[in-house]
Design a protein around this ligand. Structure first.
Ligand SMILES: Nc1ncnc2c1ncn2[C@@H]1O[C@H](COP(=O)(O)OP(=O)(O)OP(=O)(O)O)[C@@H](O)[C@H]1O
Length: 243
C-alpha cells in the first residue's frame, strides 16, 4: 500500500536530514502509530506520502504508484485517495459543518446529489448528524475534530493520515476520537497517525514506528509508546533505517 525505499529528505537550507534512509512498508488495512520526539521527522513522513514534499533521494510507492512519476497535473487525483487530519482541525470558519464537509467534494466536482447523500452519511459516522448547520466556533474541540475527520473520510479514502489529531484535546475527548479512528480503520481504511500521546499508543497496541533524528529505530507490531523489547523489524523492511 505504501512503501519507502531508502528515503532521505533534506530540506533546502538545512544540513541534517529530516528523514534519513527510511525503508518500510505499510500494508492495506494497517493502523500505524508514528512516534518520536518533536522534530524527529513524523510530519515529514506524512507530507512525503501526500506528495506535498518530494524525497531528496529514494523512492516512495503509494497505492501502486511511484510518487516520483506522478506529474503535478495528476497529483490532485492521487490525493483523492488520501484523507488528512491535523492537530488544529483546519476548518473553514465561515462555513457550516455541512459545508465544510461538502466543500472537499465540490472542489473535486462531485454532483449535488452525491453530496447530499455523502455528507449526512459522513456526519453520522462521526456522530454529528444533529449539528450540520452549526459553525465551527459553535462546537467543542472534539466536535471540530470530528468535522475534520468527516471531511477527511467523506470520499472514502484508502488511507487516512492523521498528524497529532488528539494533540489539542483532553484525554476523554481524545478517547472518543480514537474510537472513531479505530472504527474507520475496521471498515478498511489504512490509518497512519503521528502522535506524542503515550497513553493512546499503549492502550491500542497497534504497529508502532519510532523515528529518532530522521531514522526508524523501532518498527514493532502490537507495540507501546516506549518499549524495552528487542525491536522487531517488520517483515524485513526497515532494517537499513534502524540504528
Ligand atoms: N519546510 C521545512 N524547511 C526546513 N526544515 C524543515 C521543514 N519542515 C521540517 N523541517 C525540519 O525537519 C525536521 C523534522 O521535522 P518534522 O516536522 O517532520 O518533525 P515532527 O516529528 O513531525 O515534529 P513535531 O512532533 O514537532 O510535529 C526538523 O528538524 C524540522 O525543523
Amino acid at each position: 500500500m505504501i512503501r519507502f525505499d531508502e528515503v532521505t529528505k533534506v530540506y533546502r537550507g538545512t544540513a541534517r536530514p529530516a528523514l534519513n534512509g527510511v525503508s518500510l512498508e505499510i500494508l492495506s488495512g494497517e493502523f500505524v502509530f508514528l512516534v518520536g520526539a518533536s522534530g524527529s521527522g513524523k510530519s515529514t513522513f506524512l507530507r512525503l506520502v501526500l506528495k506535498e514534499e518530494k524525497p531528496t533521494s529514494g523512492t516512495i510507492h503509494a497505492l501502486g504508484q511511484d510518487l516520483g512519476h506522478i506529474s503535478s497535473r495528476k497529483v490532485p487525483y492521487f490525493r483523492r485517495n488520501l484523507g488528512v487530519v491535523f492537530q488544529d482541525f483546519r476548518l473553514l470558519p465561515n462555513k457550516t459543518v455541512f459545508d465544510n464537509v461538502a466543500f472537499s467534494l465540490q472542489v473535486i466536482g462531485k454532483s449535488a446529489g452525491f453530496i447530499h447523500e455523502a455528507v449526512p452519511d459522513a456526519l453520522q459516522t462521526v456522530g454529528l448528524d444533529g449539528k450540520a448547520q452549526r459553525y465551527p466556533h459553535e462546537l467543542s474541540g472534539g466536535e471540530q475534530q470530528r468535522v475534520a475527520i468527516a471531511r477527511a473520510v467523506v470520499n472514502k479514502p484508502a488511507i487516512l493520515l492523521a498528524d497529532e489529531p488528539t494533540g489539542n484535546l483532553d484525554p476523554e475527548t481524545s478517547a472518543g476520537i480514537m474510537a472513531l479512528l479505530e472504527r474507520i480503520n475496521a471498515n478498511g481504511t489504512t490509518v497512519i497517525m503521528a502522535t506524542h500521546d503515550a497513553g493512546i499508543v499503549d492502550r491500542l497496541q497497534r504497529r508502532v514506528i519510532e523515528v529518532i533524528g530522521g531514522r526508524v529505530v523501532r518498527d514493532e507490531r502490537g507495540g507501546g509508546y516506549k518499549t524495552q523489547a528487542t525491536p522487531i523489524i517488520a517483515q524485513g523492511f526497515g532494517a537499513e533505517g534502524a540504528s
